[in-house]
Design a protein around this ligand. Structure first.
Ligand code: ADE
Length: 235
């Protein structure tokens, strides 16, 4: 998968060279490039933002420097999917992550301040005919799209075959929709059951006995019950 990130803070993305995603880039599974929006700005101050029409607090990111950064990427690959993290977008879910993990090329456009001139998504959707997704991590407001992009990139790319060391990790984790027919939990959204490791006793707390019983059927039933109980508590 190829990922381009347009931002005024490319430094935010240095952690992507660590751990799993660093290895995935070394293995050629992932190619991540950042593009500094500030380099596309004109004038002595290299401004990328201006005051909002109609008045109000804060600044809005101007369309043209963004277009200067994005156009070469879109022209080179009109099939790319543009993702604009914004608190006013549709909710980014595990289902979205699964769907986006099959894309070949993603472009993240990070806004700051009060957001991006609304003509940017309109232009790329309607005129350039690009798939544009405005996505929100949740009902809270971050200072910009950088942290949201990092979270989405991690959630999406760990689903690419070969990125995780042990692909079984994906099977029994939180928010995975089970649709395996015959599976007792078919169609349910569960959260992950509690996990324990050595030692069997820690500060007076024991590992649940069933997990050391060796009875795989009983272990699977206990885990399903726990996952259901945890999911119920969240709603
Ligand atoms: N930018 C600012 N807040 C955000 C949020 N909650 N989700 C995605 N992008 C954002």
């Amino acid at each position: 998968m190829k990922i381009d990130i347009v931002t005024i803070f490319p430094e935010y993305f240095t952690p992507l060279s660590l751990s799993l995603l660093g290895k995935a880039q070394g293995d050629g599974l992932l190619e991540i490039s950042t593009h500094n929006l500030r380099e596309r700005a004109h004038g002595v101050h290299k401004s990328v933002d201006d005051t909002p029409y109609g008045g109000g607090a804060g600044m809005v990111m101007m369309a043209e420097p963004i277009a200067q950064a994005i156009d070469p990427l879109v022209n080179a690959d009109p099939e790319l999917v543009m993702i604009i993290p914004t608190p006013s977008g549709a909710r980014f879910t595990q289902e979205r992550a699964v769907e986006l993990s099959t894309a070949e090329h993603l472009l993240f456009l990070c806004g700051r301040y009060e957001g991006i001139d609304a003509r940017v998504p309109e232009y790329y959707r309607e005129v350039a005919q690009i798939r544009v997704e405005e996505l929100s991590l949740g009902d809270y407001v971050l200072a910009g799209g950088e942290v949201a992009s990092l979270a989405m990139i991690e959630a999406i790319t760990r689903l690419i075959p070969g990125v995780l060391g042990n692909p079984d990790s994906l099977v029994e984790e939180s928010h995975v929709l089970r649709d395996v027919s015959g599976d007792e939990s078919a169609g349910e959204t569960l959260v992950e059951y509690p996990n324990y490791t050595k030692p069997p006793q820690w500060r007076g707390l024991d590992v649940p006995e069933v997990l050391t019983s060796g009875n795989h059927g009983a272990i699977a039933r206990w885990r399903l019950e726990q996952a259901r109980a945890r999911a119920r508590k969240l709603t």
